[in-house]
Design a protein around this ligand. Structure first.
Ligand code: AMP
Length: 321
């Protein structure tokens, strides 16, 4: 099994990508933060089916973490990741040491988050707000924001998050120049936000959303699952059980109202030992909160809950007749 080519500089990554394009090959792309599991690998396999060659990225993006989040302890396993990517058919991996210009007053939470992340990790070190005039000239100052879709749901407790995600995904798209990029519906709002960003900014990338891959007990696979205690790992299956039960009840007409659906899921997650960050019932396309009757609606039920200090997210979406 040939290991993928690894690129650390954006110039080398882009040169590889452009060479493939000159050969007439289509390029699939899977951005990740590493510590790969079968959910990530399902994206790589989907990309291999749709495109001639597939590249992935492994980069823990500091600007989507805030000071009190888990940037510093985010799990890593580079060698294992490269082996899994090779097995799945990925031929190129972009692993930049940093993607942000170092330097001064970059304006706002994302820059502060990056600086905070840098303190914990050495990544993007130097990106310190207001360091000096020279630093100001070097600073990363440009951010990509999707306005409405980036509000609510995960943004309520992580207001900095989607600006960081959109900015880093824009950068990665510009560097890798893929034909199609694959995202998991586990991060449902993220998928919708990136899809909208690509459309609104005329990025020549097809954004593809792929189903959630789960463990045998129903828990949505996540790199953060590795941070759970053994006890919490058992407990947190209450999230998917609550979501599936509520979806099944809604589909067979036993649960007809958005508020009742929301309350049912929130109570089940709390009873299972989770500290609910949010449970929301929303329109699956617009992500606007749904109120009243569910009939005739495309429904998204999204959950974020803490088990210990680990924040997990999950969702189901379905059409009610
Ligand atoms: P991350 O490494 O967490 O940034 O995730 C990279 C990509 O993998 C994102 O598009 C995620 O939505 C996707 N992903 C993460 N977990 C899963 C899963 N359980 N099933 C499908 N896709 C996933």
């Amino acid at each position: 099994m040939a290991m993928p080519q690894v690129f650390h500089s954006k110039e080398d990554m882009r040169a590889w990508s452009r060479a493939r394009r000159r050969e007439g090959q289509t390029i699939g792309f899977v951005p990740t933060m590493g510590y790969l599991h079968d959910g990530h690998i399902s994206l790589v396999k989907a990309a291999c089916e749709r495109c001639d060659v597939v590249a992935a990225s492994i980069y823990i993006n500091p600007t989507q973490f805030s000071n009190n989040e888990d940037f510093g302890v985010y799990p890593r396993s580079e060698e294992e990741d490269l082996r899994k990517l090779a097995e799945a058919g990925c031929v190129a991996v972009f692993m930049p040491p940093t993607l942000y210009h170092p330097g001064g007053s970059s304006g706002g939470g994302g820059a502060a988050a990056a600086a905070a992340g840098a303190a914990g990790s050495g990544v993007d070190a130097g990106m310190v707000v207001g360091a000096s005039e020279e630093a100001d000239l070097e600073a990363h100052e440009t951010w990509v924001t999707v306005e409405r879709l980036s509000q609510g749901l995960c943004a309520k407790s992580r207001p900095h998050f989607f600006r960081g995600v959109c900015t880093v995904v824009s950068k990665l798209f510009h560097i890798v120049e893929p034909d199609a990029a694959f995202f998991g519906c586990k991060d449902y709002q993220q998928w919708r936000v990136i899809e909208r960003m690509a459309r609104d900014l005329d990025m020549a990338v097809e954004v593809v959303g792929m189903p959630i891959v789960r463990e045998a007990g129903g828990l949505a696979m996540s790199s953060r699952n590795a941070l759970l205690t053994a006890e919490d790992r058992k407990r947190c299956t209450c999230i998917s059980r609550a979501l599936f039960a509520a979806r099944d009840d809604a589909l067979r007409g036993a649960l007809t109202d958005a508020a009742a659906l929301q309350a049912r899921v929130a109570a089940a997650v709390a009873a299972g030992g989770g500290r609910v960050d949010y449970v929301e019932v929303a329109d699956a396309r617009t992500l606007r909160p749904l109120g009243g009757a569910l009939s005739g609606r495309s429904v998204l039920v999204a959950v974020a809950a803490f088990f210990g200090s680990v924040r997990l997210i999950d969702n189901v979406d379905f059409e009610v007749a």
